[in-house]
Design a protein around this ligand. Structure first.
Ligand code: S3P
Length: 176
């Protein structure tokens, strides 16, 4: 029975790599944000504007406690999931946590072109995103670095780039 959690900053490739990895490793793929949106029939953006970040974190925690019970699954978490309550401990006790590590520069480039659905950065300029990521990543890495496995996701331009990361990770986790 396998239970893998992908953690990492917004834009680190958790969903892109996670989907591909799950497909190749015969695991069910669960995106925690999508799970929340389907459960509450609301977008993450709407939940943030109606309940604020604190309200979202409560909902996120409840959702994590639900999906943690699934088996043979790869769960792609939200960028903030490991950094609130004892979520990181819950994930480490339940399965294998994998931190997808990326530089601030790379994250900024990726996030600047897909910020609309991300309430924490949607109104920021590219320079503001860079400063925010730099400061915030340092705080979050205290949690991310508690992962069982850390992998680099520097270059993710093509499907080959994604497959390279997927294959490396499959080897590390001893998955055929
Ligand atoms: C968040 C990341 C988002 C989403 C929410 C908050 C964060 O998920 O959960 O907007 O605090 O970093 P992604 O990491 O999938 O963008």
């Amino acid at each position: 029975m396998r239970k893998i959690f992908f953690i990492g900053y917004m834009g680190s490739g958790k969903t892109t790599i996670g989907r591909r990895f799950a497909e190749q490793a015969n695991l069910q793929f669960v995106d925690l944000d999508l799970f929340i949106e389907n459960r509450y029939h609301k977008t993450i953006r709407d939940i943030f504007s109606e309940k604020g970040e604190d309200g979202f974190r409560e909902i996120e925690r409840k959702a994590l406690c639900e999906v943690v019970e699934f088996e043979n699954v790869l769960i792609s978490t939200g960028g903030g999931t490991p950094c609130f309550f004892n979520n990181m401990e819950i994930m480490n006790n339940a399965g294998t946590t994998v931190y997808l590590k990326t530089t601030e520069e790379e994250l900024t480039d990726r996030l600047d072109v897909c910020k609309q659905n991300r309430p924490l950065i949607k109104d920021k300029t590219k320079e503001e995103i860079y400063l925010y990521v730099k400061e915030n990543l340092e705080k979050r890495e205290v949690f991310y670095n508690q992962a069982s496995v850390i992998i680099n996701t520097k270059r993710l331009l093509t499907l080959d780039d994604v497959d390279l990361v997927v294959n490396n990770l499959k080897n590390t986790l001893n998955i055929k």
